[in-house]
Ligand binder design. Structure first.
Ligand SMILES: Nc1ncnc2c1ncn2[C@@H]1O[C@H](COP(=O)(O)OP(=O)(O)O)[C@@H](O)[C@H]1O
Ligand code: SF4
Ligand SMILES: [Mg+2]
Length: 329
């Protein structure tokens, strides 16, 4: 099966009023394949939400795309005008449930008003009744009580709000759904229900792929097909879920796995280790390998001067670290 989205050398920077640039996404290449759940994991501040905004093209100042492409069906969607994006891409090809979306629902409006807004944006001729009916059918198909549509956001639990926002965001059957930290604010049982819903959307072929963003790498073990680990605006390792979770190779991925608070059965590392140091300021990221100031391996004298290339370490598994090749192979 093919790629639904392909990011090539993507760069997206925030420009502050002081004229500084924050290099939140800096040379990211990544594809979203048809039929997969792609997990993107990394510490807070590494650029995950920024990458999500660019992939879903919800980029607004002070964020600017300064380079690269995002291809969908062979077209670089970054070159499309607003109207084409609205008509053909947003909500239809790519939909995003942004981080914290469940808390940004209008508290004074019933859920059905949100549905009407979403559907009428794409089908101006659609009546309110038709929009609500369509949502009711979808809610029922996904085992969510349709009476939710008459509720106000505060009447719903966090888990229910997250599921509601997710279902509404997929009413137009987008090919790719980007879910940015959809479970982060939830308790463990609500997390499971939200993940179940996402998997169900894929199984029912309402959507074709999921990009699931989280700062909790181990969570992805339950449902991701592939995982990309992000550090300081870049992808440092990408590969099949089993490799990244059970045999991570990049020093950062290893630390991200061993810094989990509740290691799960079967995981290699049971020790809880804090990742040394703090994530870098992306105004002035470290030279060479961006992880070098925190890297316990720091294996080569050029780690701080050269950017490690991606090296193929297994079928479909790539790592950007000099321990696995590059420079003096
Ligand atoms: N509106 C903004 N203006 C300036 N910098 C921002 C803005 N939003 C995010 N950033 C910075 O961009 C970097 C990446 O942020 P983000 O994409 O939110 O990371 P993550 O989702 O991984 O936590 C961080 O350094 C963050 O401080
Ligand atoms: S390239 Fe060097 S500094 Fe970077 S992760 Fe690998 S060993 Fe560590
Ligand atoms: Mg984020």
């Amino acid at each position: 099966m093919g790629n639904l989205l392909t990011a090539v050398n993507l760069r997206a920077y925030y420009r502050t009023v002081q004229g500084e640039e924050i290099k939140a996404v800096d040379d990211v290449s990544l594809e979203v394949r048809e039929g997969e759940v792609l997990g993107i994991a990394g510490e807070s501040g590494c650029g995950k939400s920024t990458l999500a905004s660019v992939l879903a093209f919800t980029v607004t100042p002070p964020l600017y795309v300064v380079g690269g492409e995002v291809k969908a069906n062979g077209t670089n969607i970054l070159t499309l005008d607003r109207e084409t994006l609205r008509r053909e891409i947003k909500g239809k090809y790519i939909s995003i449930v942004p981080q914290g979306a469940m808390n940004s629902l209008n508290p004074t409006a019933r859920i059905k008003n949100f549905v009407i807004d979403v559907l009428k944006e794409h089908f101006p001729e659609m009546s309110k009744e038709e929009a609500i009916q369509r949502a009711k059918e979808r809610f029922s198909a996904l085992s969510l009580p349709p009476r939710i549509l008459d509720a106000y956001p505060h009447q719903l639990s966090g888990g229910m709000k997250q599921r509601t926002v997710t279902v509404i965001s997929t009413l137009l059957n987008p090919k790719v759904l980007i879910a940015d930290e959809p479970t982060s604010a939830l308790d463990v049982s609500s997390q499971k229900i939200v993940i179940k819903l996402l998997v169900e959307l894929l199984r029912m072929q309402i959507i074709k792929s999921i990009v699931f963003i989280t700062h909790e790498l181990p969570l992805l073990r339950h449902f991701a097909d592939r995982i990309a680990v992000m550090y300081a605006g870049r992808i440092v390792e990408v590969g099949p879920m089993e490799n990244i979770i059970f045999e991570p190779l990049h020093p950062y991925s290893k630390l991200l796995m061993s810094s989990v608070l509740v290691p799960e059965p079967g995981m290699k590392s049971k020790r809880i280790e804090a990742i040394p140091g703090v994530p870098p300021n992306l105004k002035n990221p470290p030279s060479g390998c961006r992880f070098h100031p925190r890297c316990p391996s720091y294996a080569k004298e050029f780690c701080d001067t050269s950017i490690p290339p991606f090296v193929k370490v297994g079928p479909d598994h790539m790592v950007s670290c000099f321990l696995y090749g590059g420079k003096d192979e």
